[in-house]
Ligand binder design. Structure first.
Ligand code: FES
Ligand code: FES
Length: 202
């Protein structure tokens, strides 16, 4: 081989360089393995708690990580993806579910706090396999546009009609004030709730 000062590698430089590359690759692999092992250890060490909850009428015992939010439990571990995550920080209401019949932001509620409580999600509002009166009114009055806020709106409106079967338009607006609609379809949503009242309630 020619001297490397001429732009070519000498045999010694080539072998030396290759060896260094192999060491570097091994070091990278070892680091990745260490990282994976550390990650597995960290997951195994995460505090967990067994909680008893009733979800849409079904009582169940669930092993949860203490850091999970209720919406993570519902969506990622119980397969109830009707509850949406919008802001994930208690601002938009997309994640609204009913806890013991009261609307609550599931993104801002730890799953362990739901121990012993009854949770209702949008999957639980249907009646005998059919949409609820409120859901039917939402459909007929075009309350969902993109639909992202709809399950949260439905849950807040369901709670309202269960405690006040004939609310005024102002009471409906107040009850839904924690549910933002980025499509700004507020008038249609209020009309849908008023229609549900005429159709017989939630
Ligand atoms: S996703 Fe929970 S309040 Fe926005
Ligand atoms: S229908 Fe689109 S956010 Fe409300």
């Amino acid at each position: 081989m020619k001297d490397s000062t001429n732009g070519d590698l000498s045999r010694r430089e080539f072998i030396g360089g290759t060896g260094a590359a192999i060491v570097a690759v091994n070091a990278t692999t070892a680091t990745a393995q260490d990282r994976d092992a550390a990650e597995a250890r960290a997951i195994a060490e995460v505090p967990r708690t067994r909680i008893e909850i009733t979800v849409n009428g079904q009582r169940q015992s669930v092993d949860v990580e203490d850091r999970w939010t209720l919406v993570e439990l519902l969506r990622d571990h119980l397969g109830l993806t009707g509850t949406r995550i919008g802001c994930n920080r208690g601002e938009c209401g997309a994640c609204t579910v009913l806890i013991d019949d009261e609307p609550a932001y599931a993104c801002s509620t730890l799953a362990v706090w739901a121990d012993g409580r009854s949770i209702r999600t949008v999957e639980g509002v249907e009646r005998d396999g059919k949409v609820s009166t409120l859901q039917q009114a939402f459909i007929e009055h075009n309350a969902p546009q993109c639909g992202f806020c709809t399950s949260g709106q439905l849950m807040s409106a369901t709670a309202l009609l269960e405690r006040n079967p004939s609310p005024t338009a102002q009471e409906i607006r107040e009850a839904l004030s924690g549910n933002l609609c980025r499509c700004s379809n507020y008038n249609a949503i209020v009309e849908a709730v008023q229609a549900a009242v005429k159709m017989g309630g939630a």
